[in-house]
Write a new protein. Structure first.
Length: 104
């Protein structure tokens, strides 16, 4: 008892009494700390995965823009083809031209 009754030991016990709730809190989260420690590789890989995801999102955006441009170009090509077809196939104009050519 004389060893435990020294002023240094009493002071240490007072300090422990003051931080008892903190010790309880740490004990309560020890499993979470252990889980995080066991997942260190996954945690360290997160920035790389985030960077890869960002790069892939940029590529997807570019591809979407290219697809929209291709769709617009295809639409223009369809309109040009329709106009060309209308110009080539003009039954009234063709009949008049044929009649003139045949002297009619």
């Amino acid at each position: 008892m004389n060893t435990l009754g020294t002023s240094a030991i009493v002071s240490d016990m007072d300090t422990l009494a003051d931080i008892a709730s903190n010790i309880t809190t740490v004990a309560g989260i020890s499993s979470a700390v252990t889980t995080a420690a066991n997942n260190t590789a996954a945690i360290q890989a997160a920035p790389t995965h985030a960077s890869t995801a960002s790069t892939q999102a940029g590529i997807a955006t570019t591809k979407a823009q290219e697809a929209a441009a291709s769709a617009s170009s295809a639409s223009g090509a369809v309109n040009t083809a329709i106009n060309n077809l209308t110009t080539v196939y003009d039954p009234i104009g063709a009949s008049v031209a044929m009649a003139i050519a045949l002297g009619g």
